[in-house]
Design a protein around this ligand. Structure first.
Ligand SMILES: *Cc1c(COP(=O)(O)O)cnc(C)c1O
Length: 394
């Protein structure tokens, strides 16, 4: 089976992890700061906070922006559930904004319309999470303008998008948002096995995320609270205080060392994905498929190559095409089931029909295999299988 996504591990990655195993620190050592510095060097952000997943980074980001009970978080329905769940972790309510039918990203026009209504009802969101689907940036300038007008904070879910660019700058630079999240799950562009990071240009947000990443505990005496009978100055060097309710969301040294090594090949990973995507564009041009549209101001990181099946004038269904491709050894997938149609969200009152553009997208979307190290032979196999599944003679 040719998988839809896959990690690329070389000898340098393996050596880096083994070196950590033979060192003094398996966690809380020098590798995590080195990995964070690599993320800073790449993106141009001022601070990076590495975590054990993007899901925990999203949670920390929401907490740093003081999302809580009584607040609203809005995101797109076409995303992984984690982009919405982070709001629920904080006790906030979650709502969705429909997608742009061309880019499949959160639609700024739909956002504006929903904001106008929410303002009249006194239910404006505190946080909006645009997701850079497949690695292509959302229209961040438009979303940022709305954030100034309506007073919400922005977390970019860039789980798909490390190595992508918007307006000629790396995604993660934070020009149009408060915090950007990356994921390092093996199917993503760069991997640490499990892992994520939150990037920001605001020191207060970075400090808060660092504190909450590790139990809400500090060793910084200037942050400590005076407790009667326990003068801080008289405490020894072992003394720490818990000043918030935090978590253990730390990344290990093994993961960070893998990440440092992987980051050295980020440009190579993205340019090879881009080459393969352009080759798909050529090979698939004559098939009844909607190919991915790229906006002028974006450079996708190409986490996913999603085609739209044009089956209206055929007797075929998305399910039949999917099944046939799997039987032919092609590990196609569908990204994503609209989050508002998940039972957990239906129980909160969402119904099918709430976000028509997202639902229409879902009914015809298919992610084709795309990963660093995919050969042209493998890619040709995917295209041939697609021709067979679509009943088109090659
Ligand atoms: C993968 C993914 C996440 C979660 O990432 P983890 O590192 O697995 O927690 C969040 N958002 C999106 C859009 C993703 O694709």
């Amino acid at each position: 089976m040719i998988p839809y996504g896959k990690q690329d591990i070389n000898q340098q990655d393996i050596d880096a992890v083994i070196a950590v195993l033979q060192s003094d620190f398996l966690t809380q050592g020098p590798q995590v700061p080195l990995f964070e510095q690599a993320l800073i060097d790449h993106s141009g952000a001022v601070y990076a906070v590495a975590c054990n997943s993007a899901t925990s980074a999203l949670h920390l980001a929401c907490l740093a922006l003081e999302l809580g009970a009584g607040d609203w978080l809005w995101t797109t329905p076409i995303t992984f559930v984690a982009s919405a769940n982070c709001g629920l972790y904080c006790g906030a309510q979650v709502d969705f904004v429909d997608i742009d039918p061309v880019t499949y990203n959160l639609c700024p026009k739909a956002l504006e319309q929903k904001l106008i209504i929410a303002k009249a009802e006194g239910k404006l969101p505190k946080v909006v999470i645009p997701v850079h689907l497949c690695g292509q940036s959302c229209d961040m300038a438009a979303i940022h303008t709305l954030s100034l007008q309506f007073g919400f904070k922005i977390i970019e879910d860039a789980a798909h998008a490390i190595g992508g660019e918007y307006q000629g700058k790396p995604i993660g630079c934070g020009d149009y948002s408060d915090i950007t999240i990356f994921s390092f799950h093996p199917v993503k562009i760069v991997t640490t096995a499990e892992g994520g990071a939150a990037l920001t240009n605001q020191q207060a947000l970075a400090d808060k995320m660092v504190l909450l990443r590790s139990h809400g505990i500090t060793r910084d005496k200037s942050l400590m609270t005076l407790i009667t009978g326990l003068p801080i100055a008289a405490q020894g060097d072992w003394y720490y205080q818990q000043i918030e309710l935090g978590f253990n969301y730390r990344m290990t040294e093994l993961q960070a060392a893998l990440g440092v090594s992987q980051m050295q090949r980020l440009t190579q990973f993205v340019s090879e994905r881009q080459r393969l995507a352009l080759r798909y564009n050529q090979l698939l041009a004559d098939l009844p498929l909607t190919l991915p549209k790229q906006l002028k101001q974006t450079n996708s990181a190409w986490h996913l190559y999603v085609v739209g099946l044009q089956l209206d004038n055929t007797t075929l269904s998305q399910q039949q095409v999917f099944k046939q491709l799997r039987e032919l050894g092609i590990g196609v997938n569908v990204h994503y089931i609209p989050v508002h149609t998940q039972p957990y969200y239906q129980a909160m009152g969402f119904v099918v029909g709430d976000f028509p553009a997202a639902e229409h997208y879902y009914q015809q979307a298919l992610s084709l295999p795309l990963f660093h190290g995919m050969t042209h032979t493998q890619q040709d196999e995917v295209v041939t299988a697609l021709r067979i599944a679509l009943l088109i003679d090659g």
